[in-house]
Design a binder for this molecule. Structure first.
Ligand code: ZN
Ligand code: MG
Length: 420
């Protein structure tokens, strides 16, 4: 409310429930922005924040407690508890929203909401605005400035509070346990989905669920960036790349490890793995207050490129590899992204063509990789190896804090955990 200033009304809507097929629902998951401002986890809700020069106030519209519905679906929050437990100043039934909203909006100069994200909500908003204008016998004014709420909330979400950091840590710890479990369960002859089952088992017993579809790719499948089929056999002598995170209390972790299916890296796998691991360490070291967003990426690309040259997978000079972006055939994505309520969290990376500078309590991933796919021009003996190593990092005045540091990534440590 401080950010929008006086004389504004902010309106935010909950995420709708969605059918998966027939009459079966997807598990409900609140809209991240709505949850960020409310902690309220039900559909059919509307948050209204009102500012004038005197004071700021907040209102929640939510479902009426319906005894019949509660027989089927269990408890609902209801307006009373919205005030007493959630701390909203006022709460009203959502079925009164059309009648009450014009009153909240009238005489406010600015209307702040998610412009153009939901057609039916946009038309509701225009209806409410119209109904202000049509109120008879009143000298009420409709907002004449329409502002997008996204940049404000998304900028706020970039800086994590202590409570958010606790959730992110917890979600990283759960994912760490799940990855450990997969490492320990892995052996030739299993299928990729057998590891997925271990992962889901560990998440479920920590009241967590996947923060995105897990990628579990053996051999060349590790080179397919968005591989989600996870249905192929894990072969002796191959690596398996696992990108799998947890969501805990709405906050995401995002961790990738790559390890040998049989518990022992081959010499060649070791060489390539060592390059990616070094690139990740070099990049993490650059997660420092004041560094531009892309500094870790630049450093990672440099280490990866030098490694590709040293191993004879690329040829030429380092300058040439960087200049002509020759590394891109084996490393085609950025080295990380913001992390928070969403796995690819909101927040700018650039403003006016300038990279954002890293600041205290931003949280990001660092995930360099090398994908020597079977159809690349690499020498044949290297093909079919995909390696990515990804951790979740908090920017702090003391330097990078690795939230996922509980998970091994050194070659010896991985082999140890897999064989003991
Ligand atoms: Zn990631
Ligand atoms: Mg990932």
């Amino acid at each position: 409310m401080n950010r929008v200033g006086d004389d504004a009304v902010i309106v935010l809507k909950s995420r709708d429930e969605k059918l998966r097929n027939g009459d079966a629902q997807y598990r409900y998951r609140q809209d991240s922005d709505f949850y960020y401002l409310t902690g309220f986890n039900e559909p059919d809700a509307l948050l209204v924040l009102i500012t004038d020069d005197q004071h700021q106030s907040d209102v929640l519209f939510c479902r009426e407690k319906d005894p019949d519905k509660m027989i089927w679906d269990g408890p609902m929050v209801g307006t009373e508890s919205a005030v007493s437990d959630y701390g909203f100043e006022r709460a009203y039934y959502i079925n009164e929203v059309d009648q009450r909203m014009p009153g909240f909006m009238q005489d406010r100069e600015r209307l702040v909401f998610k412009l153009g994200e939901d057609e039916s909500f946009d038309s509701k908003i225009s209806q409410w605005v119209k109904n202000i204008e049509h109120r008879k016998g009143q000298k009420s004014r409709a907002p004449d400035e329409f502002v997008s709420v996204n940049p404000m909330i998304h900028d706020m979400r970039l800086y994590k509070s202590a409570a958010e950091i606790r959730c992110l840590k917890k979600s990283a710890e759960i994912a760490v346990k799940a990855h450990q479990r997969m490492m320990q369960a892995c052996r030739p002859g299993l299928f990729e989905y057998d590891l997925q089952a271990e992962y889901l088992h560990e998440l479920t017993r920590h009241q967590s669920q996947p923060s995105y579809l897990p990628i579990i790719g053996g051999g060349n499948n590790g080179c397919i960036l968005h591989y989600i089929n996870n249905n192929q056999p894990l072969r002796d002598g191959d690596l398996v790349l696992i990108d799998a995170g947890a969501e805990f209390d709405y906050y995401a972790s995002d961790i990738t490890r790559t390890f040998p299916v049989n518990g022992r890296f081959s010499a060649r796998q070791k060489d390539l793995y060592a390059v990616v691991l070094q690139a990740q360490k070099d990049a993490i070291a650059e997660v420092k207050i004041g560094n531009p967003w892309n500094k870790p990426h630049q450093i990672a690309v440099k280490t990866l490129s030098q490694g590709l040259l040293d191993l004879g997978i690329l040829s030429g000079s380092l300058e040439q590899v960087l200049e002509e972006k020759l590394y891109q055939q084996y490393y085609m994505h950025m080295t990380g992204h913001w992390l928070g309520l969403d796995v690819h969290d909101v927040g700018d990376y650039q403003v006016d063509d300038l990279w954002i500078e890293l600041e205290k309590d931003m949280v990001l991933t660092v995930e360099p990789a090398l994908y020597i796919g079977e159809h690349t021009e690499a020498p044949a003996e290297w093909r079919g190896i995909g390696i990515r190593i990804e951790d979740d990092i908090q920017v702090t005045p003391k330097g990078p804090q690795v939230l996922s540091s509980g998970l091994v990534k050194e070659i010896d440590d991985i082999e140890h955990i897999m064989n003991n």
